[in-house]
Design a protein around this ligand. Structure first.
Ligand SMILES: C[S@@+](CC[C@H](N)C(=O)[O-])C[C@H]1O[C@@H](n2cnc3c(N)ncnc32)[C@H](O)[C@@H]1O
Length: 465
């Protein structure tokens, strides 16, 4: 193949994925000037050609995503190039792990294990420690996922504070998760009419304020209000479902070619409340540019990858959330802890594997350091193990785990174990080729009489003035 043909291939690939040619060169062969060199008659070795080819192969945009990547839902070509959708890359399997590869694993895990219920129970205990001030109780969920935790916490909140206006803000970048979360909300508006729900895809450092620090991003925010009419959960559901086209148009995300991290295509803030409570909620409904945080409760359930660097967890995730606490506010964070039969399954297959590299003490220390003087009226509560650690289980019917364990139970157990340990697809593909992973799963289930996991929690609270 000559240089011209290769260049054409690279240009077509870059158009398809939205990558700049320099980024392509850097990521494929660590040479940002690759395309320029080829254009100027430069030659490459067959080894470099092989690397370019395997990069394109490994990062192909699947055909079913390609049309949605290049076309708007209304059929018009995108005005600005869209970011490439997250496609697993051999070069950085961890990078794309959360966003794309593990969707089915997440949903299977949520429905086969009690974690999200147990986490919601733990979070709800914090409601006893807060004293909201007028005009409303304020809650921020730093990554709503499929909304199971948030919906349960809201039920507990509406039970404890039945007449208090409340504003719940949830951050979520994934369109599918936003849809799943919204599906769980109609009955919340029915039971608690004085409720404002806000969903946004803004970054951690912006989302609690519903305001972007970068003026360019702030100017691009798509701010959408839905005032629900009627007075039944069914009517609310119809109107929330009617958001589908708006979400499909605006709530798209991809991979930022500069950083490789998930990034929104457009910043969006979606505000939902009941029309018949607009007057009462006037000072509670957020307005563009207002920029107040002051939360009574911040929920950070599994907000970072276990293997992410400590500084990332502290600086990019937890510190901004701690800053967003109002007086007397409480941030509760939960992450996986290991030391359980789930980890035993994983270690039988990958001896020595341990993704749980930072515990709550490490994270609290790093957050404290990161905040410096800004953390002076915060209290960092690590608590003793018996309060901080908790257990959740895989659901199993009585007798199901005794003698012969059904295949679907084994699959669910394996899924939960590798999901919690955040094993990348590349590593999984290598071991599922034979049946040993199912043997390992069966042996652990039989030896332990079940499957359970440990989560670890910690709290950062702001003193009341
Ligand atoms: C946006 S976050 C969490 C969403 C929501 N807060 C929740 O707890 O379900 C979703 C990501 O968290 C991670 N995650 C969720 N539950 C986990 C668990 N029990 N153990 C390890 N990682 C988990 C996964 O990487 C997943 O893609």
């Amino acid at each position: 193949m000559n240089a011209q043909e290769l260049l054409q291939e690279i240009s077509a690939y870059c158009r398809e994925t939205g990558l700049a040619e320099s980024t392509f060169g850097r990521r494929a062969v660590n040479d940002g000037k690759l395309a320029a060199r080829l254009r100027n008659g430069g030659r490459i070795t067959t080894e470099t050609l092989d690397r370019i080819r395997s990069f394109m192969q490994a990062n192909r945009v699947p055909p079913d995503l390609r049309s949605s990547l290049l076309m708007r839902p209304n059929g018009l070509a995108a005005r600005t190039p869209l970011l490439p959708r997250a496609v697993p890359s051999e070069a950085s399997p961890q990078r794309h792990f959360r966003f794309f590869d593990n969707r089915q694993k997440y949903l299977l895990f949520v429905h086969t294990c009690s974690e999200k219920r147990v986490v919601a129970q733990r979070v709800a205990l914090e409601l006893a420690g807060i004293s909201p001030r007028p005009p409303s109780l304020r809650v921020f969920d730093a990554g709503v996922g499929d909304g199971t935790v948030l919906a349960r916490v809201m039920r507990a909140m509406h039970d404890r504070f039945p007449t208090m206006p409340s504003c719940v803000v949830g951050k979520e970048i994934s369109l599918e998760d936003v849809r799943l979360t919204l599906q769980k909300m109609p009955d919340r508006f029915f039971e608690h009419p004085a409720q404002v729900l806000v969903l946004t895809n803004l970054a951690y450092a912006d989302a609690p304020w519903l305001k972007a620090r970068s003026p360019a991003t702030e100017a691009r925010i798509v701010w959408h209000e839905l005032a629900l009419s009627g007075n039944s959960a069914h009517r609310f559901e119809e109107q929330i479902t009617g958001l589908e086209a708006f979400l499909a148009e605006n709530w798209n995300a991809g991979i930022d070619p500069r950083t490789g991290n998930p990034a929104f295509e457009r910043p969006v803030v979606l505000v939902i409340y009941r029309e018949d409570h607009r007057f009462l909620l006037d000072s509670v409904i957020p307005r563009p540019g207002q920029g107040s945080a002051n939360y009574d409760l911040v929920i950070a359930s599994q907000p970072y990858r276990a293997r992410a660097p400590l500084t990332f967890k502290a600086r990019r995730v937890i510190a901004p959330l701690a800053r967003a606490l109002g007086p007397g506010g409480r941030l509760i964070a939960v992450h996986s802890y290991g030391h359980d039969p789930g980890q035993e399954i994983v270690q039988r297959v990958w001896p020595g594997d341990d993704p749980f590299v930072h515990d709550r003490h490490d994270i609290l220390r790093a957050v404290k350091e990161e905040l410096g003087p800004d953390g002076r009226d915060l209290v960092f509560n690590a608590f003793a193990d018996n309060r901080a650690l908790f257990r959740y289980d895989m659901h199993a019917l009585p007798g199901e785990l005794s003698e012969t364990i059904g295949t679907s139970t084994l699959f669910a157990a394996w899924n939960a174990a590798v999901y919690v340990a955040q094993v990348e697809d590349e590593r999984l593909a290598a071991v599922v080729a034979d049946g040993r992973y199912l043997d390992a799963t069966r042996e652990v289930l039989q030896a332990q009489g079940g499957l359970w996991f440990h989560d670890e929690s910690y709290v950062i609270s702001r003193r009341r003035h």
